[in-house]
Design a protein around this ligand. Structure first.
Ligand SMILES: [Zn+2]
Length: 402
C-alpha cells in the first residue's frame, strides 16, 4: 500500500509525545505582571496587551472574569468553608503563548507595592479553544489562593497532592479530569490503572490530579458529606494534615490511604466498563497492526454505538488516521473537525487533530481551508509540541514560496 511520504513520518512517535504532554492546573509558573501600575477592576488586572487583545471574545471574557471571580470566592466559601482574609488581594490576569508542558493557569504569591498579592494567571489559548472552563479554572486557583491567604507560607509546605486534590475536587473538576486522563492513557496504550500510583509522587504531574481529587471524593464517601470541608479547615487552622484527615474520616491514616486507593482503582474499572473499553481496545489494536480497513470498520462501529463514550474522541481520531493511511483524506476531514470542535477538553488530541485536519484538507485539494487550518494551528495551539509546530510553519513557508 502506498503511503503519503510526509504523513507517514508523523505517525506514532509524535502522537505519543503529545499524549504525554502534561497540561495541568498546577501552581508555580512564569513570572508575571510586567506592568505593576496597571489598573485592577473587580479583581481583574487590565494590563493584558497580548495577541488576543483584539480578539472578538476578549472584552466579553474580561467582563465575565470579574463576575466569575466573585462566584469562585463564593464557591470556595460554600464548598470548603474558606473565606480569605484579603479577597481584594487575589488578582486575576490573562496571558498568552502557553508552551508545551506549562500549566493552563497558575497561582503565585507576589509582593506588590509593599504587600502580598495572590496572582492568578490564566492562559488564553486553552480558554478560547474551550479546553478549560473559566469558572472552574478560577475556582481551582481561588482555592489555592484562599488557602495560601489563610495559612501564609506554611501552605507552600503542604504536600502537593493535598493542595491539588483540594483544588481539583473543590472546583468540581474531578469528572472532566477523569474522562480526559483515562482516555489519554487508553490512547497512549497505557493501562489507565497506572493513574493510581500513590499520593506522594515526585514529580507531581497532571496525571496525578485524578488520584489526588479521588482521595477527597473517598473522604466524603467514608466520612460523610462535609468530611473534606472539615479536613481542609483543620489543615488551614494549622493541624498536622494527617490528623485532620483521620478526624474527618474517623479512620487511621494508613487505612484511609489504602481504602482511597482501592476506591480510585475500582472507579477506573467502572469507567472503563461504562465507556466500552474492550471494544475500543480491539479496534485500536487493529489500527496499530496496520489493518486499516479492519480498524476503520470497527472504529466507526464504536463511535456509532457509543457516541457519548469517554473514548469516542480517541476512536474518531484513529478512524481519521486510518482514512489518511488509506489515501481517503477528504473522508478524514469531518472526524478531525469533530474532535477539535466537539471535544476541546481532550488537550492531548486536539492539537494533533487540528494539524492533521489541515493536512487532510490540503491533500484533498482544499488548499484555502487547509492553509487557514494551519494558520489557526500555529496561532492558537501554541502548546503543541515543537516538532509539529515547526512542520506546520515549514508547510506554510513552503506554500508561500511556490
Ligand atoms: Zn492547582
Amino acid at each position: 500500500m502506498r503511503r503519503s511520504r510526509w504523513y507517514a513520518r508523523f505517525r506514532w512517535p509524535l502522537l505519543l509525545g503529545a499524549a504525554a504532554m502534561p497540561f495541568a492546573l498546577m501552581e508555580g509558573g512564569p513570572q508575571l505582571l510586567h506592568n505593576q501600575t496597571a489598573p485592577v477592576v473587580d479583581g481583574i488586572a487590565l494590563a493584558y496587551e497580548g495577541r488576543y487583545s483584539r480578539h472578538p471574545e476578549f472584552p466579553r471574557l474580561v467582563a465575565e472574569a470579574g463576575v466569575l471571580r466573585r462566584r469562585a470566592l463564593a464557591q470556595v466559601e460554600d464548598r470548603l468553608g474558606l473565606v480569605p482574609r484579603n479577597p481584594e488581594r487575589i488578582i486575576v490576569r490573562f496571558a498568552d503563548g502557553l508552551m508545551p508542558d506549562e500549566p493552563v493557569a497558575t497561582r503565585r504569591t507576589r509582593y506588590l507595592n509593599g504587600r502580598t498579592v495572590e496572582m492568578l494567571t490564566v492562559y488564553l489559548e486553552p480558554l478560547l479553544l474551550g479546553v478549560v472552563d473559566l469558572e472552574r479554572v478560577l475556582t481551582h486557583e481561588m482555592i489555592h489562593a484562599a488557602m495560601r491567604d489563610r495559612m501564609g507560607a506554611p501552605y507552600e509546605r503542604l504536600p502537593q497532592w493535598l493542595r491539588e486534590g483540594a483544588a481539583t475536587w473543590g472546583a468540581g473538576q474531578l469528572e472532566e479530569k477523569a474522562a480526559v486522563l483515562i482516555a489519554g492513557k487508553a490512547f497512549a496504550r497505557q493501562d489507565p490503572a497506572t493513574l493510581i500510583d500513590g499520593l506522594d509522587t515526585e514529580p507531581h504531574a497532571m496525571d496525578d490530579y485524578f488520584e489526588d481529587a479521588m482521595f477527597f471524593r473517598f473522604l466524603e464517601k467514608t466520612g460523610g458529606t462535609g468530611a473534606a470541608r472539615r479536613a481542609i479547615q483543620g489543615v488551614v487552622e494549622g493541624r498536622p494534615y494527617r490528623r485532620a484527615f483521620e478526624d474527618a474520616a474517623g479512620a487511621s491514616w494508613e487505612s484511609l490511604q489504602a481504602d482511597a486507593e482501592a476506591f480510585a482503582r475500582a472507579s477506573i474499572q467502572d469507567a472503563l466498563a461504562a465507556s466500552g473499553f474492550e471494544m475500543y481496545r480491539r479496534a485500536s489494536e487493529r489500527y496499530f497492526a496496520e489493518d486499516y480497513e479492519g480498524a476503520l470498520a470497527e472504529l466507526d462501529a464504536f463511535t456509532r454505538a457509543r457516541p457519548d463514550s469517554w473514548l469516542a474522541p480517541n476512536a474518531l481520531f484513529l478512524a481519521a488516521s486510518a482514512r489518511m493511511m488509506l489515501e481517503r483524506p477528504a473522508e478524514a476531514v469531518p472526524d478531525l473537525a469533530r474532535v477539535v470542535e466537539s471535544f476541546p477538553s481532550y488537550y492531548y488530541l486536539i492539537d494533533d487533530a487540528q494539524y492533521r485536519l489541515s493536512i487532510a484538507l490540503i491533500r484533498s485539494g482544499d488548499l484555502e481551508r487547509g492553509n487557514a487550518a494551519l494558520t489557526r494551528f500555529l496561532n492558537d495551539f501554541t502548546f503543541a509540541n515543537a516538532p509539529l509546530r515547526s512542520d506546520a510553519a515549514g508547510l506554510i513557508a513552503g506554500a508561500a514560496c511556490e
